[in-house]
Design a protein. Structure first.
Length: 278
């Protein structure tokens, strides 16, 4: 049995330079057909690391012992560390079309160094948002084939690990970039720049920038900027001395009709109706 205190913590970025061998313990196809599907390691820490991939249309939630949590959806990969203490549950089950089909695949493994120390990459579960889901899903499914020879299975796991490291590295860069983009919009939300110029500022195509920004914030860059404008407009509308047209200009919108349209879309009433309701 693996001793948790025999583990050594290593950052994802250092793993390509480490010497270790994979010990694959088990590969589990998980169905989660019950509404109240969950598994828990709160009182019994994990005895191995694991990669779990969500391969169908469900939403799962991980909650650790401190109460921190995150959700994962189709295409996401979760790294579950040796010694991890957390609860995993399905919070949005798949529709009936997926009943009886595999929802997630979990590969339980250890990374064993020559000195017999076990490498772990985190003390908590980590979500790796996956932009290569078709290929990685195939790799996960390949590893889950019971007839696969051990050497081939280990090779497939090495391949998965390399891809996950690449994705995680790119995600870390993207998070830093998107934090800067959000800060820029928050500091310049009254300016009328095109989103193509903002994307260019961060050396991205406009379409890729929009995609990354929406995945990061849940909103498009324009929606995010308009949201800031509306919130500031509501503050200004509470001042009786300011007209609707003046408020529109103050938040960077010259077209009063456009301002009224996006305000009503956000708040359900026009700016004038909002002003009168105060």
């Amino acid at each position: 049995m693996i001793k948790i205190d025999n583990s050594v913590l290593m950052d994802f970025s250092n793993l390509p330079y480490a010497e270790f061998d994979f010990e694959i313990i088990s590969v589990v196809k998980q169905y989660w057909d019950d509404i109240d599907s969950w598994t828990e390691f709160m009182d019994t820490p994990r005895r191995s690391s694991a990669f779990l991939m969500v391969i169908t249309d469900i939403t799962v939630q991980y909650t650790d012992k401190s109460g921190d949590c995150f959700t994962a959806k189709k295409g996401d990969i979760i790294y579950c560390p040796l010694g991890g203490e957390y609860k995993f549950e399905v919070i949005s089950p798949a529709n009936s079309d997926y009943f009886g089909k595999v929802k997630t695949i979990c590969i339980n493994f250890n990374m064993v160094r020559p000195d017999k120390k076990i490498i772990t990459l985190s003390s908590k579960p980590i979500k790796v948002v996956n932009f290569k889901s078709a290929q990685l899903e195939k790799d996960f499914l390949d590893v889950s084939k019971y007839a696969l020879k051990p050497m081939v299975r280990r090779y497939k796991l090495y391949k998965i690990m390399k891809t996950v490291i690449d994705i995680y590295s790119n995600n870390s860069k993207n998070v830093s970039l998107l934090q800067k983009a959000v800060k820029y919009i928050e500091e310049h939300y009254t300016d009328n720049y095109k989103m193509s110029s903002l994307a260019e500022k961060f050396n991205l195509s406009e379409s890729h920038f929009r995609k990354l920004f929406k995945e990061f914030t849940g909103l498009s860059p324009v929606e995010y900027r308009n949201g800031l404008r509306i919130e500031h407009a509501k503050e200004l509308l509470s001042q009786n001395t300011v007209s609707v047209s003046e408020v529109a200009l103050a938040v960077g919108i010259e077209d009063q009709f456009y301002f009224s349209r996006i305000f009503k879309k956000s708040e359900g009433i026009s700016p004038l109706q909002y002003k009168k309701s105060l």
